[in-house]
Design a protein around this ligand. Structure first.
Ligand code: R5P
Length: 315
């Protein structure tokens, strides 16, 4: 058991960090994290952390490289200040889609980022809905890989009519994720046959495997970035006779024209977590509903702090 629990935040998602601290019943610990005019990031821990169990909440959302550097420098600062254990809480892990060498002469950036975090001195990573499970193995330190599925499932049971609903994975890679949600909601499953155009953000939906005619469709993915995949499949679902189309994802990046395209799409509502903060423009979009992971993270932090199992949280 570690004597003192301390929760720190970088600049990536201060609202989420404040909520987590509130649920954990402890104020956020004091640190200065800012950039000098020469673009160098600076961190100063403003309280004693000797022997403390420290948690840094920092999704590596946009600006990705700045937020990643903040995280690395915060880990370094805490270790040099004699923190006993430094835990990186990374609810959204950027570069996760670069997790394999699927073309000649491309990097595996997710592995590189894992190495950077480990080398900085992190003792543990707490992640949420990683793009692929193998990313856990990129780290040589413990990774607690959380899922937002119970949060989504609870919300959908309370707010959607699930009687005639099919959960749809936009591609074969996300099937296990969608299948798990379908089981939680007692719904059927369908899968999109998606092909990505090499070196482009664009995806092409070729077909839908499964019955969607006269059913409400609930698309489920880990990430919505440009929105291309989800909107194309929503259009295909409509053509195949689906009634209402909803979409949900853990990490709403919503880059480029995602909001404009979402507004003009047949998607009724898009459910996202607050792993990534919404921009002012995104907050104005009436189709977006944000569900909070703050309580989940607070419970996990408190359990890890006292070395308790967290597997009950996945049920
Ligand atoms: C891909 O494998 C992911 O699960 C998402 O489907 C994809 O990253 C979404 O990207 P976009 O919104 O740009 O199509």
């Amino acid at each position: 058991m570690y004597s003192r629990l301390k929760i720190f935040t970088g600049n990536a998602n201060k609202t989420l960090s404040a909520e987590v601290a509130k649920f954990a019943g402890t104020p956020l610990s004091e640190a200065e994290v800012f950039k000098f005019s020469n673009d160098n990031t600076f961190v100063k821990i403003n309280e004693n952390v000797r022997g403390a169990d420290c948690y840094i909440i920092q999704p590596t959302c946009r600006p990705v490289n700045d937020n990643l550097m903040e995280l690395l420098i915060m880990v370094d600062a805490l270790k040099r200040a004699s923190a006993e254990r430094v835990n990186c809480v990374i609810p959204y892990f950027a570069y996760a889609r670069s997790d394999k060498k699927d073309q000649p002469r491309v990097p595996i950036t997710a592995k590189l980022v894992a190495d950077l975090i480990t080398t900085a001195g992190a003792d543990r990573v707490i992640a949420l809905d990683l793009h692929s499970d193998q990313i856990q193995g990129f780290f040589n330190i413990p990774v607690d890989h959380l899922t937002s599925q119970p949060i989504f499932a609870r919300y959908f049971r309370d707010n959607l009519d699930l009687k005639n609903t099919v959960v749809v994975s936009p591609d074969s890679g996300g099937t296990h994720r969608a299948r798990e949600l379908a089981a939680r909601l007692n719904c059927t499953l369908a899968i999109g046959d998606k092909r990505r155009v090499a070196n482009e953000d664009k995806a092409e939906i070729l077909n839908i495997i499964g019955d969607v005619t006269d059913k409400n469709a609930l698309l489920f993915d880990d990430i919505i970035d440009t929105g291309g995949s989800i909107i194309r499949i929503a259009n295909t679902l409509k053509k195949k006779g689906a009634k209402k189309v909803y979409a949900a994802c853990s990490h709403g990046i919503l880059s480029g024209k995602a909001i404009e395209n979402l507004d003009n799409s047949p998607i009724e509502k898009l459910f996202v977590t607050d792993s990534i903060p919404l921009t002012t423009e995104q907050k104005k979009c009436k189709k977006i509903v944000q569900l909070s992971i703050a309580e989940l993270l607070a419970i996990v932090i408190k359990k890890i702090h006292i070395n308790e199992s967290i597997s009950i949280l996945f049920r």
